[in-house]
Ligand binder design. Structure first.
Ligand SMILES: Nc1ncnc2c1ncn2[C@@H]1O[C@H](COP(=O)(O)OP(=O)(O)OP(=O)(O)O)[C@@H](O)[C@H]1O
Ligand SMILES: [Mg+2]
Length: 372
């Protein structure tokens, strides 16, 4: 074998996957400072999970890959360091600026409705927006966007096949529901669901996006874990109704996202179905599900309240008709959702400013201080 070159080392290392980022360490640009001497090879690798066992595993994977490619005649010195969260965000899905998951504790509180209206609202404000419907149990975003019959096509770019998202109202959309017949009950099991979801994010032709909004199933299960582990989330938005049982579940969801090993910022709480005002008595508010439950939760946890959206018949109707209510020009309902988008944009910008300003890892992982 001739003299060993840097490109041989890089080629060998291109077989090593970054386990949390879904690509190999060379494509992700995680390898640097390669030096080759007569009987040693040294380089640095960054990895997403800075825990000792993960760094050790990465070191061993690199050594194994090199030994397999060039034989065991070299000492392989690998220096592994953890990536900062902002660095991870730049490397994974670099064309997507912000990824926001809409979550709740309790089911049926309005996640999909809020996710759809936020997405279309952000699009109306001039942002490039995509939606991933990650609800493996009851995908409902396709219907809310009137594209439930969309059959995903693939497109070849640079020798790689990509899934082409559906597009309606200026928003790109992929749903786990596109991959099963409409009336067929789908039960995606754990690893299968995780793999399918992974493809919706990483193998889709999203191009440039300012916001990718993820609609999730209720609760805090495998799908949420898989999302927080594989994606650099900007944060989550927690939806609740004012009702005690929904608020209690929302609180549990907040605690999960704040857990040490998850640590995803909660950008804010949305209280949905806050009150009802009949058309003939528009100034009267009836608090059918209780009064200010989401607002009180926001106060007690110190997490911003992004908005209170009343129960409005046209919200339900337009959801069923596949035309999100935020498109009803110059109506109070449109204003509720556009104001919600404004609050969200503010929190996201504030969060991103924090990430750019700080160089201290501890601060990056904490709850954003954007509570004004
Ligand atoms: N503000 C509102 N006014 C009137 N109807 C609403 C409002 N928000 C949501 N709905 C309706 O409530 C129902 C549940 O909403 P949605 O499907 O968005 O909840 P979800 O949290 O996504 O449910 P799941 O947990 O099953 O995914 C839908 O029929 C929707 O049209
Ligand atoms: Mg839903």
């Amino acid at each position: 074998m001739g003299e060993l070159k840097e490109e041989d080392v890089l080629k060998a290392l291109s077989k090593v996957m970054e386990p949390d980022m879904g690509k190999d360490i060379i494509s992700l640009g995680l390898v640097s400072n390669v030096t080759i001497n007569e009987n040693s090879i040294s380089f640095k690798v960054s990895t997403k999970n800075a825990a000792m066992h993960s760094r050790k595993r990465m070191e061993e994977a690199c050594q194994f890959a090199i030994e397999r490619a060039v034989g065991a005649n070299y000492n392989v010195n690998v220096e592994v360091k953890g990536l900062k969260k902002s660095e991870t965000a730049q490397k994974v899905l670099p064309n997507i600026k912000n990824i926001i998951a809409v979550v709740s504790g309790k089911g049926g509180v309005g996640k999909s409705t809020i996710a759809s209206n936020i997405a279309v609202g952000l699009g109306k404000k001039g942002y490039k927006v995509g939606v991933v419907d990650a609800d493996i149990y009851g995908p409902s975003v396709p219907m809310m966007f009137n594209c439930q019959h969309y059959k995903p096509m693939s497109k070849q770019v640079d020798n790689k096949q990509f899934i082409v998202p559906a597009e309606n109202y200026g928003v790109k959309l992929l749903s786990i529901g596109f991959f099963a017949e409409l009336d067929q009950a789908v039960v995606w099991r754990g690893p299968m669901a995780a793999k399918a979801l992974h493809q919706l994010f990483f193998d889709a032709h999203w191009e440039e996006l300012d916001y990718l909004i993820i609609d999730t199933p209720p609760g805090t299960g495998d799908v949420h874990l898989s999302i927080v582990q594989s994606l650099p989330l900007t944060g989550v938005v927690v939806v609740t109704t004012p009702q005690n049982v929904a608020v209690a579940d929302a609180k549990k969801a907040v605690s999960m996202f704040k857990m040490d090993n998850i640590n995803v910022p909660v950008l804010g709480i949305v209280e949905n179905m806050s009150w009802f005002s009949p058309a003939e008595l528009p100034d009267n508010k009836y608090f059918l599900f209780g009064d200010n439950g989401g607002k009180n939760l926001s106060d007690s946890l110190g997490i911003p309240l992004l908005g209170q959206i009343p129960l409005i018949q046209s919200v339900r109707e337009s959801g069923d008709a596949g035309r999100p209510a935020v498109m009803q020009q110059n109506t109070p309902v449109q204003k509720y959702y556009l104001d919600l988008c404004d609050q969200l944009i503010k929190k996201v910008n504030c969060r991103n400013d924090e990430l750019n300003e700080t160089k201290v890892v501890e601060v990056e992982y904490g709850q954003p201080k954007c509570s004004s």
